[in-house]
Write a protein that binds this ligand. Structure first.
Ligand code: FS2
Ligand code: SF4
Length: 560
């Protein structure tokens, strides 16, 4: 196996035996084979479209071939399944591979029926092998199949960013929102990895992935806020009650909403964990009195926190990590959506977007004792774009008067490495005239610090999940307009991003596509950036590695 898609990759180069995340070699190889299969599927779909595009739309552009739209949900699902800490069930990867091959071959038939030929098709578009040999095939079609280091780096940067885009698009699709342009780009990007492209063309695709990530996040933001209302500033309890509980983690708000409906009046309390914390700020979720608080911290602490929670645990998306040998919670762990884990009960999708049936989760929770209380202060959340922009006058006044000298975007992911203590120390070290804007589970490194307020505005503004990084973009663009600044880089905003998995890569590409320069990225730069590609990002965007707390703090405040 060879996998280097996350920040915790072995020796900062690549996992080759078993993932640092716990991913076994078999799972890694099946993921590689699935990606190979969907690349071939996308190439075949693009070929069909070139041969027989749909009718010309009113825009003057041809609509995509009618068969293309039906591939989009599958491509999103397949990509999402391969994101770090999502699906650990090999059988599901085998089923996805089978479906990819069947879809691909049906499209190949359509190519032939339209007078085209598959004779010169790339290997990804034509291979088929007995399932018993898939592990052999998968071992030869992964990352290292691309020989040239820089071509491999750009290809993987694109694929990894597209995985993040697919996850955002899938979250929005669950709420009935899709964007054909986003789905078309996912297809185009996958297909592009089957052919040799110039370095310039590959860089262009990578930057376009950033623009598409902005669009995907905008669609998701609209889906979430239209469905559940705009987040408002909210204090969230981190205590524990005396009734049995269900702990909901991951990012899928619809799963939480449906579970809240089904647990109303049952005597069961519902708690959020990790990236589900922002749910408390959405009016139509917060109205449920039995949504009582947030339990625990970031994803990597779950092996301790799921244990002491005592109740049922529902993982709606990443990050699910393998329970340790001493853990006892597998019998009360439930997965749903893209997530899967051997031994955990999976709650299936309901047809046509209807509510899933969570009765098994509820029944399990009834048999459990209440959670063991954890130490921690209440948390302040709900500072997504609508809430922050409602404070725009105060914010602009604070900037104009000099009360706020710098905004520091510290969005992204948390992770296990001790080096991430940097983010706690940096948040504490920033002077009193700096405001931190955060989104994602990175916040758990500093959201229990008492950072105070400036003119009534909290010094830590939490916009929500990593999915809500779009809010930070909207806030930056609104500040640009309010302060009459020409260039986004002239704003008093510094970016110190913590990354772990592939959605954070999509967010990074989104910021680069908006022309943001001088981003600090840590705790390490991605292993999938070759020296030459890293140098391109450094010279074009002034991308910087994380430094020391004191050095970075001084540089951030001096805007260097
Ligand atoms: Fe955190 Fe994990 Fe949000 Fe990432 S819960 S690192 O996959 O999605 O951020
Ligand atoms: Fe290694 Fe990360 Fe890949 Fe897991 S997801 S195998 S830790 S690089």
């Amino acid at each position: 196996m060879f996998c280097f898609q996350c920040e915790e990759t072995a020796s900062a180069t690549g996992c080759t035996v078993k993932g640092t995340c716990g991913k076994p070699e078999t799972t890694a190889v099946l993921q590689d084979l699935l990606i190979f299969a969907v690349r071939g599927l996308a190439w075949t779909a693009e070929t069909l479209n070139d041969l027989a595009p749909g009718p010309e739309a009113a825009t003057g552009r041809a609509a995509p071939h009618a068969r293309l739209a039906e591939q989009a949900p599958f491509l999103r699902e397949a990509l999402f399944a391969t994101i770090t800490n999502v699906n650990w069930e090999d059988d599901r990867f085998r089923a996805l591979i089978t479906e990819a091959l069947d879809r691909r071959d049906a499209l190949a038939e359509a190519v032939r029926a339209a007078g085209g030929s598959m004779d010169a098709a790339p290997e990804a578009a034509v291979w088929r092998a007995p399932e018993a040999t898939w592990l052999d095939t998968g071992a030869h079609v992964g990352v290292l199949a691309t020989q040239d280091e820089d071509q491999r780096s750009l290809r993987e940067l694109l694929l990894i960013g597209v995985k993040g885009i697919a996850a955002y698009a899938q979250h929005a699709a669950v709420l009935g929102r899709t964007d054909p342009q986003v789905d078309a780009f996912i297809r185009e990007a996958l297909a592009s990895t089957c052919i040799a492209l110039s370095r310039e063309a590959m860089i262009e695709l990578v930057l376009r992935a950033g623009s598409v990530a902005v669009s995907a996040m905008a669609v998701l933001d609209a889906a979430n806020t239209d469905t559940y209302g705009h987040p408002t500033m909210t204090r969230v309890s981190t205590g524990a009650g005396d009734r049995p509980g269900i702990l909901v983690s991951g990012h899928d708000l619809k799963d939480l909403a449906d579970l809240l409906e089904q647990t109303a009046g049952t005597g069961i309390d519902v708690y959020t964990h990790g990236e589900m914390l922002p749910a408390h700020a959405y009016p139509s979720l917060a109205r449920h009195r039995h949504l009582v608080g947030n339990y625990g911290g970031a994803w990597w602490q779950q092996t301790t926190e799921f244990e002491s929670f005592h109740g049922a645990v529902l993982m709606t998306t990443n990050c699910l990590v393998p329970p340790r040998r001493a853990n006892t919670y597998l019998s009360r762990l439930f997965t749903t959506g893209s997530v899967g884990y051997p031994g955990a009960v999976h709650i299936p999708d309901a047809p046509d977007g209807a509510a899933k049936d969570f009765s098994a989760v509820i029944e399990r929770a009834r048999q459990c004792p209440p959670p063991q209380a954890l130490e921690g202060p209440d948390l302040s959340i709900g500072f997504a774009h609508n809430q922050v922009l409602s404070l725009a006058d105060q914010v602009v006044e604070a900037v104009s008067s000099g009360a706020v000298r710098r905004f520091v975007v510290m969005a992204g992911c948390d992770g296990r490495h001790k080096a991430r203590q940097y983010y706690t120390d940096l948040a504490a070290a920033l002077p009193d005239d700096a405001i931190i804007l955060t989104a994602g589970c990175a916040k758990y490194r500093y959201n229990s610090l008492d950072l105070g307020t400036i003119g009534g505005v909290p010094r830590l503004l939490d916009a929500g999940q990593c999915n809500d990084s779009y809010s930070l973009v909207k806030i930056a663009l609104a500040l640009k307009e309010a302060l009459g600044v020409e260039d986004i880089n002239d704003l008093p905003i510094a970016y110190d991003i913590a990354w772990y998995e592939q959605k954070a890569v999509a967010v990074l590409l989104a910021l680069l596509s908006l022309g943001v320069k001088g981003i600090r990225l840590g705790p390490t730069l991605p292993a999938f950036l070759s020296p030459a590609v890293a140098e391109t990002l450094v010279s074009t965007f002034d991308l910087k590695p994380m430094g020391t707390v004191s050095g970075d703090c001084a540089a951030i405040m001096a805007d260097a």
